[in-house]
Each structure stands twice: as C-alpha cells, then as structure tokens.
Design a protein around this ligand. Sequence first.
Ligand code: R5P
Length: 282
Amino acid sequence: MNIIGGPSSQLLAGRTCESSGSNLLISEFRKFPDGELYTRIIDDIGEKVTIIQSTITDTDLVALLQLIEACNEASQINVVIPYMGYARQDKRFKNGESITARAIARTIKADNVFTINIHDQSVLDFFDARAVNLDATPMIGKYIKTMEFHDPLIIAPDDGAIGIARNASEDLGIDYDYLEKIRLSGESVSIQPKNVKVKGRDVIIIDDIISTGGTIAETISLLKKQGAHEVFAACVHPVLSNNAILKLFKAGVKGIIATDTIDKGVSVVSVAPLIANAINVI
Ligand code: R5P
C-alpha cells in the first residue's frame, strides 16, 4: 500500500506509514501566483493508494480533490479524512440551506472512505464509496489512564456525546456520565451530571470536537461551581478556532487532550495505529 499525505495531514501520514509498514510517497504542494493550488505526487503512484487528508479548510478540500484526481489511474483509491470539515452541516436546518456534508461527500470519488468520529454517522451514507467511521475515543481513554487523577470521572457535555464518554472509559474502570439540562421553570434551567456528584473529583470533559470552545468553557465553569477538583478537556478533533484555547484556560481548564486528526500542540494521542489497522485489512 502506498500512502499519500495531504498538506494538512503530513505528520499523521508519516506516523501511519510507521504503524502500517506502508510506503510513503512524496508530494509537492504550492500555490500559483493567483492563489490556486498546485499539487503533484512526485513518487510513482502505483496500484493501491491511501490518501490521508483532513479537510480543515476549504483549501484542504481542494488539495484532497487534486490528490484523488492525480491517482485516477490507480486500481484502488482509499481516502482517509481524519477530520472532515462541514460534517456538522449534515441536515437542512432551515429552508434554503445546503446539506454541505452531502455536497462534499459526493465529490469524493474513491473505493473506500474512512472518517474518524464523524459528527453524525448519517454523513457516511452521503458517500458513493464504502464509508467506514473509526472510533478514536478508546485511544483517548487509554491516554487518560496513564495520567495521575484524583477519583477521575469522564463526562460528556450533553447526552449526544454520551457514547463518546462511554467508549473512552470502557474497560478502564473510570466512571462516566453526561450533563443533563433540566428545565425548572420558564426562565431557569439546572445543568448537572445525570447520575454522579463531581464534588472533589477530577473531571475530564470529552466531546467529539472543540471548535470555538464555547461548549467546553461553559461546562468547565459549571463543574467548577459544583465543586469539581481539576477539570480537563478532551476531544477527538481539536479545531480550536480563534481564541478557543484562551477561553478554556480562562474558564479554568487544567489541561487539553486531543488527537492528531488535526495537528495542534494539544494533539497528544495519535490515531495512526487506528488508520493503520483499517487500511491493512483492505
Ligand atoms: C456539537 O454538536 C459538537 O459535539 C460539539 O459540542 C460542538 O461542535 C463544539 O463546538 P464549540 O466548541 O464551538 O462549542
């Protein structure tokens, strides 16, 4: 298997080659004077290729499309999109909106597509190719297990992320829960862990994405008010747009744990072995 690392996933592509024993191809990425992208795979493309490219920006998506097109003559093209931008635009929430996740998925021409903790499984149906979602949360859980915590609790910021908290804590002997919003009256709501008390415990909040940091910053403040000891934030995709990191620290986060689906300073858990396992069996 030859692996092609797109511009946004070079480190992850290199690590995946290490984990899978595949061959890493060298590509060239640059811009024309008018801003258009130029992408060229310099090494021999071969028969079976896996392209790894997170589509964090619109430009990353164009680079992915260029790489797929460049591999047109290969007999098998696999595409790994560790972080898929626009995946949260998976429904028409208001009349006249675009289901952008579907529009993008339709442009990806491949034999197999792999995503990692895609925001909603329904996005997989938008691809023409066989599409498989990989779960990185047990890897985050294993990392958490190596850290020193006082009576740790993994918590999801809402019931939608409960699966993530459960998968991260599975087999680790760490409790998990989610925050439940209870409407007390027309004006007031109470938000608290569904089943357990956080007082005096170290809490790790886990979500699929930290984007603006708003969800997690609010959750940190709330847990602190409820007496949590240290509060950590964990996620699969550290989008961390604008001043998200500042917001989290201002809210009192002790540390941020994320994977390298997006390569940031907080990307301490590599999903390379997960990708390697998936591509080694196709
Ligand atoms: C929402 O459905 C997601 O699971 C995340 O909670 C959300 O994308 C986080 O966004 P932000 O960091 O901007 O609050």
